[in-house]
Design a protein around this ligand. Structure first.
Ligand code: ATP
Ligand code: MG
Length: 426
């Protein structure tokens, strides 16, 4: 992005003119070296936060105690951070104090990985004391300094390392991996939101299987506050599919992860919530998993087609239209995933998916609102006060109509309502 670069260089120029050292640092330098799109540009400088504030017209003191000031330029903003080092860390997650320094090398030394510890000056000259460029070229994730110590200082770095490995398709070097195995239990000190944010980037990234395999091999997720039950029976096909889908409903992706990790449907919502997902996403994910489990279980028992249709329709009414459609979408993606396979097994899966889709599309009622009578009409004709009985009755109707056992006809339904109320009163 030439405009962002130009405005970033304007920031550097201004700092240089006032006699300060300054560099682009971190992700933007790394991404440029990797030919990846750059979303923001961070700047490191010898100027103090106060000096930065007085030098630029529009600034925000974003994290002034850590030395960070946001400088607002015409179209872009830049985080400008004073060179600093960090000393003694509390609880394996944050530095107790930061100390401003006047040397970029010291600043680079506090950074997590060699690829993130490169500075670039206004002329494009790199400061790369830890040989991050070589590691980028070789596709390696290496800590700056001693891996065990760096993970002990801040345990989130382990998740970041796996996230970078996953997104870039890089490999952790041996020392990094050994440090990670030695320090993995410290992940329990890290807030779940931050772990989840990394997990989310792994799962939504281009090679989720890579990150998940590293998570699995490291056992890292066992040391969160929400240990996953068991990754033994990992379902590779589900996880591999994750890597192929982009832009789908997040619940579809999370349902693949949950089942891929061997987590059962009745555990799914609890785990998703503990991972700090919203109730809606947790619930939506769990329902896709539960739908899938129930359908898979129903199919192993011998059924003729009519029996299967009834089972399917019952599930569809129980879980509702949106969950059913997400499950269908997921099933189609999974099938696409094994397109390369040959033989009848796949054909039968395709025809079974087509069959369920047909059942779904031919369903005349998906929710109680689709019934020929409303709740109010039922209350009027029965003269009975509303209550849980009404919802129950309408759900029952929905299922019977969906199954084809009852016509969706106003008179018939109202007759039934009267009969039910009379029976209950007797
Ligand atoms: P991206 O923004 O694509 O996630 P990034 O490398 O820019 O990647 P940020 O979280 O934006 O990551 O951090 C900016 C820089 O700050 C990093 O490149 C790294 O040098 C440093 N950094 C970030 N988090 C840590 C950490 N936990 N420990 C050490 N250094 C870190
Ligand atoms: Mg960044």
């Amino acid at each position: 992005n030439p405009l962002m670069l130009r405005q970033g260089e304007d920031v550097l120029r201004k700092l240089l003119e006032s006699g300060f050292q300054c560099f682009f640092v971190g992700g933007c330098v790394r991404d440029e070296l990797m030919d990846r799109p750059i979303h923001d540009m961070d700047i490191a400088t010898s100027a103090s936060p106060e000096q930065v504030i007085s030098l630029f017209e529009r600034t925000v003191p974003t994290g002034i105690q850590h030395g960070t000031v946001t400088v607002l330029m015409e179209d872009y903003q830049f985080e400008v951070t004073t060179f600093r080092k960090e000393s003694s860390y509390a609880d394996h997650r944050r530095p107790l104090s930061v100390q401003f320094v006047d040397d970029i090398t010291e600043d680079l030394q506090r950074r997590d990985f060699t690829m993130n510890a490169i500075a670039r000056d206004i002329n494009g000259v790199l400061m790369d004391p830890f040989h991050g460029r070589e590691d980028i070229e070789a596709g390696l994730i290496r800590c700056v300094g001693n891996a065990s110590e760096r993970f002990d200082e801040d345990a989130l770095r382990m998740m970041r390392g796996i996230r970078f490995a996953s997104i870039f398709g890089f490999r952790p070097v041996k020392s990094m991996w050994r440090g990670l195995l030695a320090g993995r239990d410290k992940l329990s000190y890290i807030a779940m939101e931050r772990i989840r944010a990394e997990l989310e980037r792994i799962v939504l990234g281009p090679h989720p299987l890579r990150g998940l395999a590293l998570l699995d091999r490291s056992g890292l997720l066992h040391y969160t506050k929400v240990p996953v039950p068991s990754i033994n029976d990992i379902r590779k096909d589900l996880l591999e599919t994750l890597g192929k889908i982009q832009g789908n409903e997040p619940e579809v992706r999370w349902s693949l992860l949950i089942q891929g990790l061997g987590i059962q449907g009745d555990e799914a919502s609890r785990i998703m919530k503990a991972w700090t997902f919203s109730n809606a996403v947790a619930q939506g994910t769990a329902e896709i998993v539960q739908f899938d489990e129930a359908w898979t279980e129903a199919k192993v028992r011998p059924h003729n087609e009519e029996e299967l249709r009834r089972v399917w329709t019952t599930l569809q009414v129980r879980f509702g239209k949106s969950v059913t459609e997400k499950w269908l979408e997921r099933q189609a993606i999974l099938l696409e995933g094994c397109n390369g396979d040959h033989g009848g097994a796949n054909d039968s899966k395709v025809s079974s998916l087509e069959m369920t889709r047909l059942w779904h599309e031919s369903l005349s009622v998906h929710r109680v609102q689709d019934l020929a009578v409303s709740g109010n009409e039922v209350l009027l004709i029965t003269g009975k006060p509303g209550g849980p009985w009404l919802g129950k009755l309408m759900k029952q109707w929905l299922l019977s109509v969906a199954l084809g056992d009852l016509p969706n006809d106003k008179d018939i339904l109202l007759e039934q309502a009267k009969a039910v109320v009379n029976r209950d009163e007797r």
